[in-house]
Design a protein around this ligand. Structure first.
Ligand code: C2E
Ligand code: MG
Ligand code: MG
Ligand code: MG
Length: 281
């Protein structure tokens, strides 16, 4: 039955919209019911500390189990959710869920130092809303705020640097940590960076991918490492897939590594097992 109505709406929209626009509209409509019908899930990707030689944290990444289309990845729906005004509902749901999960793991005695969640640039338009849902997630879950890390992309901060800086200060006053995601791709000026109240740079995967062979990427990583050291920030490399990349990156003291080498994003139960097996501090 669902199939018939799906085909029906395609046929209707085909005549007035392009196929791509029709698909977006279809996904946006499906997404509206996804939350109420419990189709969203959070997967967790491990973050490895070279200093501690173990997994110390994770990044929460949303997945959508669609009843007809199977598992949908963020690339299939995040931009659509942003354009349809649905992203704050999704991000708040993920944040709420991830806080409860982290608190549960801590209570089970698992050695987790942080839980990261992604915050869309669109939430920056409603900063008051973000702060209040953040406080609700922390309060309801009982998770001490310093365990929660919010990831904001460099490009979203740079859309409106002064407004973002004010909001980042407000968020950080709640005690959470802040990370700049996809760092190196957002054209931030050094004078702006100086004023940002952040704790971590996440080096974008595109700079890690060709290590240690690409001379340009080597220079960029060196520059980011130098900056983070000067500003007293943690660096975390994204997309570490090979032993060779990890060996190269270990020259930077305190660096954290995230990538398929240490684990893909996985369901909560699998991550809990991995964390339990990671040697205790
Ligand atoms: P991101 O925040 O930069 O997350 C990292 C992405 O890189 C994830 O893709 C992860 O699976 C992938 N990745 C991690 N390690 C490797 C690796 O070694 N190799 C490769 N090839 N990829 C790796 P994912 O889960 O598909 O998410 C894509 C993007 O969607 C995220 O990029 C983030 O921008 C966005 N996203 C995911 N979940 C959420 C969410 O809850 N809210 C919002 N607003 N955005 C989200
Ligand atoms: Mg991220
Ligand atoms: Mg990233
Ligand atoms: Mg990225």
């Amino acid at each position: 039955k669902a199939k018939d109505s799906e085909r029906g709406s395609y046929a209707f929209y085909d005549s007035i919209l392009t196929e791509a626009a029709a698909r977006k509209l279809y996904i946006a409509n499906e997404l509206r019911t996804a939350i109420d019908e419990n189709q969203l899930e959070v997967h967790y990707q491990p973050v490895y500390s070279l200093n501690d030689q173990r997994i110390i944290g994770c990044e929460a990444l949303v997945r959508w189990q669609h009843p007809l289309h199977g598992m949908m990845m963020p690339a299939d729906f995040i931009t659509i959710a942003e354009d349809a005004g649905l992203i704050s509902t999704i991000d708040n749901w993920v944040m709420y869920h991830a806080c409860h999960q982290a608190q549960q793991w801590l209570q089970q005695g698992l050695a987790l130092s942080f839980m990261s969640v992604n915050i869309s640039s669109r939430l920056f338009d409603r900063g008051d809303f973000l702060t209040s849902s953040l406080q609700k997630a922390l309060l309801d879950s009982g998770l001490p705020s310093h365990y929660l890390e919010l990831e904001i992309t460099e490009s979203s901060i740079m859309q409106d640097p002064s407004q973002s800086t004010a909001l980042l200060h407000e968020l950080r006053n709640t005690g959470v940590r802040l990370a700049i995601d996809d760092f190196g791709t957002g054209y931030s000026s050094l004078s702006r960076l100086k004023h940002l109240p952040v704790d971590k740079f996440k080096i974008d995967r595109t700079f890690v991918q060709n290590l240690p062979h690409d001379a340009g990427d080597l220079a960029i990583i060196r520059a980011i490492a130098y900056l983070s050291d000067s500003f007293d920030l943690v660096i975390q490399a994204e997309g570490v897939e090979t032993r060779e990349q990890a060996d190269f990156l270990q020259q930077y003291p305190g660096i954290l590594l995230q990538g398929y080498l240490y684990g893909k994003p996985m369901p909560a139960a699998d991550f809990a097992t991995l964390l339990a097996d990671s040697p205790a501090p």
